[in-house]
Design a binder for this molecule. Sequence first.
Ligand code: UDP
Length: 452
Amino acid sequence: MEQIKKGQRLILFPLPFQGHINPMLELANVLYFRGFSITIIHTNFNSLNPSTHPHFTFHSIPDGLSETETSTNNPLLLLSCLNAHCCDPFRNCLANLLSDDGSEEPIACLITDPLFDFTRSVAKSLKLPRMLLRTGGASSTIVYAAFPLLWEKGYLPKQESQLEEPVVELSPLKVKDLPMMNSCDPQGYYQFITEMVNEIKTSDGIIFNTSEDLEEQALTTIRQEFHIPIFPIGPFHKWFPTSYSNSLLSEDESCISWLNTKAPKSVVYVSFGSIAAINEAQFLEIAWGLANTNQPFLWVVRPGLIQGSEWLEKLPQGYLEALNEKGHTVKWAPQKKVLAHPAVGLFWTHNGWNSTLESISEGVPMVCMPNFTDQMVNARYVTDVWRVGLQLENGIERGEIEKTIRKLIAEKEGEEIKDNMSKLKEKTNLSLREGGSSYQSLNGLVNHILSL
Ligand code: UDP
């Protein structure tokens, strides 16, 4: 692959949440291996560990968040506090970097997240081009862009009586799949989404962690509607062989030696990402549903996953012992390694975009249990467009869990899904090879950055 000449620096500024940090640092690696020098600006909140990426330069900025703000379970509130408090420290940090006369590397552009809305005015005032990384998929992005239409047509705010109705303009979505957040008031969320879409439309280009081969139709719609350069160059983490850890929680490697003892494609890997939460009753249904399948399972029970619990204390006494090594729980897993392990046959996921894409790039069929926002769109694409998984459509109930897992592991429907998944995996990963769509798009991105 053609390398650019040394001497251009990029500044990357990730939103401080796991699902946004991972793709931003992966993108940083992709661009580093294409010859750019990388500086990462990050907040003190969910601060990054520079030693995990010694080839990057890190700058931390104060975010002024109070303890009440960092512990809120209202994500919109946390985001608006971050946007309010980070503007000045970010401007100062960026201005210092730009005025560093001693540097022999000119700064080519800023790459940040569309949810950091103040970065537009800061970059403009410092005359620095600003590109965005959209950490969600293209398919959910077109749904967000359609919010005014969805409102006008009465699909949003969602009405209980219409949840199963199709959204004819966005087939195959149903009203229940539209990306809302139960904890936020619909008007406030509408405003927030409108601003995000506006940030994208006014940027110097947008990068997606997806590929043309996976989301061609959505990317075509985005090109028609957004009128800015679009670069789908994913899956990012498959560009480089070394797996750098970006985890905010420490990864429990014990699960890899546990997986080594299991038969090929026998293990159900269960993880609901970094934010989703469940209640105690749901936790117990999951525990019994998994146990009743009689399949081995690896379950990420993140501290904070179960409302009102520290960790596993709500499990019935003797539950894990009775499973006799068939069930293994960890607080946080090295997920990409887990999904790539030959023993893993199924991923029960909340369908965050990163998890969805990581599952596709390893060819692991999914049980979908979306929680909020774009997860519902991703899950519908998994089940109804790519047909590489099944969704728990009727809530979390042990009988349904057992039936769904069995279908995927042992029945004919599961065979078709596995077959679809291995074709989708191949198609998606081929896009990174020379001449593939992501390969070409990355060349386009490098040239675009150099032309800014
Ligand atoms: N992840 C991980 N270990 C875990 C669970 C998740 O490394 O035990 C990673 C996962 O690989 C993904 C990210 O955390 O890259 C979660 O992002 P996603 O978009 O799937 O969900 P979110 O956490 O944003 O809801």
